[in-house]
Design a protein around this ligand. Sequence first.
Ligand code: NAD
Ligand code: UDP
Length: 338
Amino acid sequence: MTILVTGGAGYIGSHTCIELVKAGYDIVVADNFVNSCMEAVVRTRKLCGVDFPFEEIDLCDYAATDALFDKYHIDAIIHFAGLKAVGESTRIPIEYYKNNLDSALSLLAAMKKHDVKNFIFSSSATVYGADAPVPYNEATPVSRSASSPYGNTKLMIEYILKDTVKAIPGFNAVLLRYFNPVGAHESGEIGEDPTGIPNNLMPYVAKVAVGKLDMVHIFGNDYPTPDGTCLRDYIHVVDLAKGHVAALKKIQQNCGLFVCNLGTGKGTSVLEMVKAFSKSCGHELPYEFAPRREGDLPAFWADPAFARDELGWVAEKGIQEMCDDVWHWQSKNPNGYK
Ligand code: NAD
Ligand code: UDP
């Protein structure tokens, strides 16, 4: 079975390629390097032990996407490709809507033409919105509008896929709602490599640990949580990658529309993350409390029961292992892939 991994040079995609090859799937990777580089593909191939085919294309380009389906016999798509920076999406919403929607639509059109009917989509917990009860459960209706243009692209693509399942007999769409992916491959060879100053907590903390940034700014310490800092459901990227292998097994059973959280079910505070990372890198990380960041929710985590029952998938790695693996990656590659 051949899987087209879009965005496979990126953070989650590269880790997923390894788990897919381990599980015996053939893969074809497509990426335009808008937020990644060839070195990630080179290293992922090495870790896979397979020189899988790679195509540098922009998936918004329908002709190029269609040509991909002419060139390879593809059985299923895992669609990671997309722009993902929440803050940036509020500054350049048109670019976000264009890239994320066009790439999904171009893929779906090519799939329709080539009669390919299995689509796994990287969605996000952000679709539940600010008012959903915690823990987030798949039965909770999605929000009418997410808190950012980025989140809205996820909501819109979810709707497009729901309508596609209704319209095309035999079409299967798995919507995977990720919580907070962190960690890196145990080899330290691949990991998260954001350009510029990281927006997300974990890569920021890692840059402080390696001396590239001065200190961690903890956004808010007056939230209604045990230590006053926000709680999130951090999930190791390798566990997340394995969740995609479980989703592929589900899709092979002709699941139709299948919506599933990928999280651990545990909330961890920002302060707890900083302390765990200090233990991993062997020195206390300097931090200061800063004002709340606009749009942040105090606390949310997944109800992971549905994934356990329906996919037979459970996240196994804990916070310390996540921090240890990020530290391994960051200390081995202080400049990321550069
Ligand atoms: P990433 O930026 O590392 O990977 C995305 C990849 O897609 C990049 O390699 C980029 O170059 C590629 N890409 C983007 N637009 C493209 C296009 N038009 N054509 C071809 N390639 C294109 O991001 P990631 O963290 O690996 O996230 C993967 C997916 O998971 C994204 O869709 C993201 O929105 C979603 N997601 C991520 C998180 C997270 O916190 N990392 C959380 C929830 C959902
Ligand atoms: N955070 C922080 N300092 C940072 C980056 C993030 O205190 O430099 C906090 C942020 O306020 C949130 C948590 O860490 O409570 C996780 O943020 P991240 O951006 O990683 O993920 P989000 O849950 O916002 O998608």
